[in-house]
Structure formats: structure tokens, C-alpha cells
Design a binder for this molecule. Structure first.
Ligand code: ADP
Ligand code: ASP
Ligand code: MG
Length: 414
């Protein structure tokens, strides 16, 4: 008997049959004596469809408040259907939107942060023997507006509920049977990890592995929520996200995973003055536009000028290029150039702390594959490079081979 929060992603509830299958699994858990709160995503493709409708109506800047009202409908459909399917199986069930639970968030539409969760109604339903079905990805702000938590945000809803309810485990059910050394859809030799540390998972998620939303991992680490990724479609133990086991650090893999982000674009402001304040002059206004900048590189140019390069989300690319081009005179820049056909490829591993030479192995492997590196950035437990998008698959496989991630035992995490 356990108290479990189970989250099912879009593919897992993508058809009526799949919703019924999920309902059967939940009934089984209930029959086994578990208390269950379920969090669901919208049916697969639905959130994208809704975003498309909004863009058709408002091709320029979409009204973010109304967009959240629209997007939240996707999850409202699945909570209702899943509750019906449970009732059809003779299970007591009750659905809640984020606002009905009262998942209180800040007012930052489309990327709201959860501030508190009212657990009273959920707990009284659980005590009465019901399965509680909560809409993921959504909450309500202090002024009563519907908010959403950013793409992939149902993971965060689930972890936050598990933390607030003091659940024994938060189980993320998806279309793969755990966290792999890299996306198994890109490298078929990718290997499922039995365990991965919060720190590494956070790095993988922030470098583009969308198997878990970054904030979900942050939350689980902060509130010590046992978190597991499992398949909806096959039985298995999945992958447990754990705290670092210090004793095993030396034996840990040097590199535990490879992440990539296809959604980046690179912008260079060419020939700006090489003087104090230039980074601020360029990036200050970009950040005022609420646009996040990722990698930043400043190259020494000729004759006292410098080239300033950075990456942004591909969706923000044209906006930033147009904006900086309009500021060219003010920045006394020669030109603003960019490339939105690039990707960021990264290796991640806490083992990098105790092993030297990992970055050079990465560079050699990519060089041998004939892949040119456009930008490089490193931190304690990761090395990232920007490459041409057409070499992504080749790069992932070259690194997977170089760090022998397909082999078992020697690379198993603590
Ligand atoms: P859901 O709709 O269930 O939330 P997502 O599509 O958000 O599912 O996340 C699951 C997908 O994440 C997988 O289908 C897989 O392609 C991708 N993925 C990326 N990196 C990894 C990884 N390292 N391990 C497992 N899956 C990964
Ligand atoms: N439906 C939302 C999305 O597609 C949230 C989620 O699935 O987690 O991003
Ligand atoms: Mg997801």
C-alpha cells in the first residue's frame, strides 16, 4: 500500500482506447490498495493544435492570458474522459482542473510558477476511496486567471502535487520505459539507466532531453520527492531519479548521458567596439524583451573591435535579429548575422569532476566524424557544442560510441 501520484503524458492518453487502458491500470493500483492521484496531459498533438488556432487568429503577438485559457482546455478534456473511463470500470473517481484544486501560481502566463497547492479537497476524496484526476500543466493566479506552466508542464504539476500531498513516489508514465543514455529515437543503441542523479537529470533536461520538464526535476530535488520515469505500455522498473551517492562517485561513468536541443539559433553582432559594457548594451535590451539567452561567446576581432555571438530559442530568432538590426547604428556594429539551422549537442556526467580530458575526447570524436564546432561551452558536469543541424544524429552516435554508453556494467550509474 502506497500513496502514489501517477502522471500520464499525451501519447499515453492519445486515444479513447489508451485512456481506457490507463483507467484499467489505475483500477489495478486501487485494487492493490494504493491511494492514487493521477495527473494527465492533453491528448497528443492537442496542445500544438490549440497553439496553431491561436496563431491563426493572432499571427503577431498572441494574447497570453487568452492563450492560457485556450491551452488549458486540452487537459480539461482528458481529466473528464479518464474519470468517465474509471467510473465505467466501477471505480470512484473525481476530476479537477488546476483552478478547482487551487494550484496557485504567479501571473506569468505560459510559464507560470506554482506557489502553493490546496490539498484539502483531494485528501478528502482520497480518504473516501476515490481516484483523484487532476489536469496537468495548469493553475490559477491570485487574480483568478487560468495560467499554464510551460510546455511539458504536466510533469511539474505531478511532482508539485506529490510534494504537497507527501506522496510516497511520483511516477511519470510515458512512451519510453525510462531515462536513457540519450534519446532512444535518435540512437537505437541507447541504454536505459536504472538510476540517474537529480543533478545529472537536471542538466540533461536543461540541455534539451524533454523526457522530464526541467522544473519538475528542480522541484523533486528541492522537496525530496522520489521520482520515477516508467512506460505506460510495458511493465518494468523504469528509471529512478536519486540523490548522488558520494561513495560511488569514483566508479561512476565519466559521461552518463548525451542531450541535444534542436530548438536553438545563433546570432552574431559583428564588429562592435571592444570596450566595457558592450555585453550589457547588446543583451540588456534582449532580456528586456523577455527573451532568454543561452550560450555567449565573444571573439576578438581586428583593430579594437569584437564579434559578439549568442544563442536563443529558435522561436525568438527573427525577433532578436530584427531588433538588433534596428539598433545597429546605436551599437556601432558592422552587421547582425545569424543561423537558425544549428543545434546544441552536450555530454553530461558528474564523473567529469574527477576525470580530466573528457572534453578533448568529445572534440576528437566529433572531428573524426567530420563535424565542425561552431561554439563550445563547458561547466563542471557538462560540455556543450553548437553544430550544424544536419550533423545532429551523426554527432549523437559518434559520442555514444566514444563514451561507450551502450556497454553495460562499466557505465552503470551508482
Ligand atoms: P510525454 O508526452 O509522456 O510527456 P515526452 O514526449 O514529453 O512524453 O517525453 C518522452 C520522450 O522524450 C521520448 O519519447 C523520447 O523520444 C524523448 N527523450 C529525449 N531524451 C530522452 C532520454 N535521454 N531518455 C528517454 N527519452 C528521451
Ligand atoms: N499538454 C502540454 C504540452 O503539450 C503539457 C504536457 O503535456 O506536459 O506541453
Ligand atoms: Mg513531456
Amino acid at each position: 500500500m502506497a500513496f502514489l501520484v501517477k502522471k500520464y503524458g499525451g501519447t499515453s492518453v492519445g486515444t479513447v482506447e489508451r485512456i481506457q487502458r490507463v483507467a484499467e491500470q489505475l483500477k489495478q493500483a486501487r485494487d492493490d490498495g494504493d491511494d492514487v492521484v493521477v495527473v494527465v496531459s492533453a491528448m497528443s498533438g492537442e496542445t500544438n493544435r490549440l497553439v496553431g488556432l491561436a496563431k491563426d487568429i493572432q499571427p503577431g503577438a498572441v494574447d497570453v492570458r487568452e492563450l492560457d485559457v485556450l491551452l488549458a482546455t486540452g487537459e480539461q478534456v482528458t481529466i473528464a474522459l479518464l474519470s468517465m473511463a474509471l467510473k465505467a470500470l466501477g471505480c470512484e473517481a473525481r476530476s479537477y482542473t488546476g483552478g478547482q484544486v487551487k494550484i496557485l501560481t504567479d501571473g506569468a502566463h505560459s510559464k507560470a510558477r506554482i506557489e502553493s497547492i490546496d490539498t484539502e479537497n483531494i485528501m478528502s476524496d482520497i480518504r473516501a476511496g476515490s481516484i483523484v484526476v487532476v489536469a496537468g500543466f495548469q493553475g490559477v493566479s491570485a487574480d483568478g486567471s487560468i495560467t499554464t506552466l510551460g510546455r511539458g508542464g504536466s510533469d511539474t504539476s505531478a511532482v508539485a502535487l506529490a510534494a504537497a500531498l507527501g506522496a510516497d513516489e511520483c511516477q511519470i508514465f510515458t512512451d519510453v520505459d525510462g531515462v536513457y543514455t540519450t534519446d532512444p529515437r535518435v540512437e537505437s543503441k541507447a541504454r536505459r539507466l536504472e538510476k540517474i542523479t537529480f543533478e545529472e537529470m537536471l542538466e540533461m533536461a536543461s540541455l534539451g532531453s524533454k523526457v522530464l520538464q526541467i522544473r519538475a526535476v528542480e522541484f523533486a530535488g528541492k522537496y525530496n520527492v522520489p521520482l520515477r520515469v516508467l512506460s505506460t505500455f510495458e511493465p518494468g522498473e523504469g528509471t529512478l531519479i536519486t540523490y548522488d551517492d558520494e561513495e560511488n562517485t569514483m566508479e561512476q561513468a565519466q559521461v552518463s548521458g548525451i542531450a541535444f536541443n534542436r530548438n536553438e539559433a545563433q546570432i552574431t553582432v559583428v564588429g562592435v567596439a571592444d570596450q566595457p559594457g558592450i555585453a550589457y548594451k547588446i543583451l540588456g535590451p534582449v532580456s528586456d524583451l523577455n527573451i532568454e539567452v543561452d550560450m555567449i561567446v565573444q571573439n576578438k576581432g581586428m583593430g579594437g573591435t569584437t564579434d559578439f555571438t549568442f544563442t536563443v530559442d529558435r522561436n525568438d530568432y527573427s525577433k532578436v535579429v530584427a531588433f538588433l538590426t534596428s539598433k545597429k547604428e546605436e551599437l556601432s556594429a558592422d552587421s547582425v548575422v545569424g543561423n537558425d539551422k544549428i543545434v546544441k549537442l552536450s555530454i553530461v556526467g558528474v564523473g567529469m569532476r574527477s576525470h580530466a580530458g573528457i572534453a578533448s575526447r568529445m572534440f576528437r570524436a566529433l572531428a573524426e566524424a567530420g563535424i565542425n564546432l561552431v561554439l563550445i561551452s563547458t561547466s563542471e558536469i557538462k560540455v556543450s557544442v553548437v553544430i550544424d543541424e544536419k550533423y545532429l544524429e551523426l554527432g549523437v552516435r559518434a559520442l555514444h560510441d566514444e563514451f561507450e554508453l551502450a556497454a553495460s556494467s562499466t557505465n552503470e550509474l551508482s
